[in-house]
Write a protein that binds this ligand. Sequence first.
Ligand code: SF4
Ligand code: SF4
Length: 137
Amino acid sequence: MSHVPRVHVLQNFLGADGEITGQITSQIGADGVWIQFDCECTEALPTCKAACCALRGTYLTPEEASSDFYDCFVEEESGLPVLRRDADGWCTYLDRDTRRCSIYENRPQTCKNFHCTRGANVRGWKLSNAVNRHSVN
Ligand code: SF4
Ligand code: SF4
C-alpha cells in the first residue's frame, strides 16, 4: 500500500486581486516532515529564518575564490573553495537581525542558483535536514 503524504497549508500569500501567489505547506510523509516554500524567499524568511544559509557546501567558482572578495577556505574533504560559516553554523554574511544576506548583490553563484524547494532532486525542506546545498541545482 503506498503512503499518501498529508499536506497542510501553513500560510497563503495573496496578490492584489486576492489570488494565491505563494504558499507554505507541510507534508507529513513516511520519511518525516517536509516544509515546502512555494513562495518568494522574502515571504518565507519569517518562517525559514534563511535556514539555507546554514547549509554546508556553499562552494565558490574559481573566479569567485580568487577574487579576494569572499571569506572562504579550501574544504578538506572536497578540495573545493567554500564560504566560511561562523561558530553558530550560519554563513558569515548573514545579517543575524534581519536574516538577510549582507552581500546579496554579490552573493556567490551557488546562492543565486539555490532555492530549497525548487530544482532537480529537491522535494522540499526537511525539518532537521542536513542537505548539502551543492547537491541542488
Ligand atoms: S531558499 Fe532559503 S531563504 Fe529561501 S525559502 Fe528556502 S530556506 Fe528560506
Ligand atoms: S552569501 Fe548570503 S545568500 Fe549565500 S549563504 Fe551567505 S548569507 Fe546566505
